[in-house]
Design a protein around this ligand. Structure first.
Ligand code: FAD
Length: 299
């Protein structure tokens, strides 16, 4: 008879066998940012992520840079890449042309999104008169262009523009029903929100993987401001942990590392086996998380 500790360690080893990680980057704007971007890519690529993704700037502002970055990552590291794409401010033909440019560059994964109005999430989204209406509409069109692996966005705390949970989950289901392969969540800091969300999706008949988006806290000030804008709540306990650390970078980094480690180990214990890590083009905290998830560059 095996005791609980042995059983637990075996389960963890089994889970690690099937564990999948992906890393998200954004296209750098300046030479200095580009150097940091490549340093991070070269440190994280050897951890054998399922893919690394590169975001698409608000309003489609990084169209060429996104394509250049995903193509270069693939060429330089051999790692599979996913290009993000939004339908804000563009006609259907323009968006389809971007999809075909990804296809021509050998990119087979797309993270398909609606995007936000240029004025921000506080404003209602108005589709371009000749454009796609929402992410589901975009996913269906990408499927018509080619055989892509498609990820879409999901919101453990509900998208701020969804008037109810029903509307929100129906919208996610629509995106998956028209052809998306998985959903990646918005960042969240209470695992309970994510686990309750999983229950809601399963109750709605959604069987596709819902991958938690993990946001290591490089700067509590910046992340809490971003969280406010995208509808992610900051629990009081989290604010307390970072209270007074704005000018204490070393302690801030250690606390951030502990918080991120707690979040993923708890999710591992709940049986979660896929993680998407928002890197903000920085590698140290992402590397720490990958280690906790059992990834080593030489493995
Ligand atoms: P949708 O799934 O289309 O839904 C948005 C909202 O509209 C929901 O509330 C939905 O219920 C509602 N809705 C949809 N259709 C209808 C309808 N017919 N009638 C009424 N309501 C409707 N943004 C970027 O600009 N670039 C990126 O690279 C980027 N990457 C992201 C990656 C991830 C993993 C995540 C989670 C988000 C990302 N975003 C990105 C942000 C995203 O664009 C925003 O969150 C945006 O507000 C919603 O996009 P969506 O694809 O979820 O939209």
């Amino acid at each position: 008879m095996i005791d609980d500790n042995v059983r637990a360690s075996r389960q963890t080893a089994d889970q690690r066998q099937e564990l999948q990680i992906s890393f998200e980057f954004f296209p750098p704007k300046t030479d200095a940012m580009e150097e940091k971007f490549w340093n991070s890519v070269h440190r994280l690529a050897p951890l054998k992520p399922r893919f690394v993704s590169v975001t698409y700037g608000a309003g489609g502002t990084t169209r060429e840079r996104t394509l250049r970055m995903v193509s270069s990552i693939k060429a330089q590291t051999g790692v599979d890449v996913a290009a993000h794409l939004t339908c804000v401010g563009a006609t259907r033909d323009e968006v389809d042309a971007v999809v075909r440019s990804y296809q021509a560059a050998g990119i087979s994964r797309i993270v398909a999104l609606r995007g936000d109005p240029p004025e921000g999430l506080g404003q209602p989204f108005t589709p371009h008169p000749g454009g796609y209406q929402n992410a589901a509409d975009l996913v269906a069109s990408i499927r018509r262009v080619g055989d892509f692996d498609i990820s879409v966005a999901a919101y453990p705390e509900k998208h701020p523009q969804s008037e109810s949970w029903q509307v929100d989950i129906d919208n996610l289901k629509r995106k998956l029903d028209v052809g998306a392969d998985r959903a990646i969540t918005q960042m969240f800091f209470s695992n309970g929100d994510f686990l309750r969300y999983l229950e809601r999706t399963r109750a709605a008949g959604i069987t596709a993987p819902i991958v938690p988006g993990i946001q290591p806290i490089h700067s509590f000030k910046q992340i809490s401001s971003f969280a406010r804008r995208c509808g992610t709540s900051i629990p009081a306990w989290l604010a307390e942990r970072f209270d007074g650390l704005d000018d204490e970078p070393e302690t801030h980094a250690l606390v951030a590392s502990a918080v991120a480690a707690e979040q993923v180990t708890e999710l591992l214990d709940e049986g979660v086996t896929e993680f998407h890590i928002y890197t903000h083009n920085r590698s140290p905290l992402a590397l720490t998380l990958a280690r906790i998830l059992g990834r080593r560059s030489e493995s």
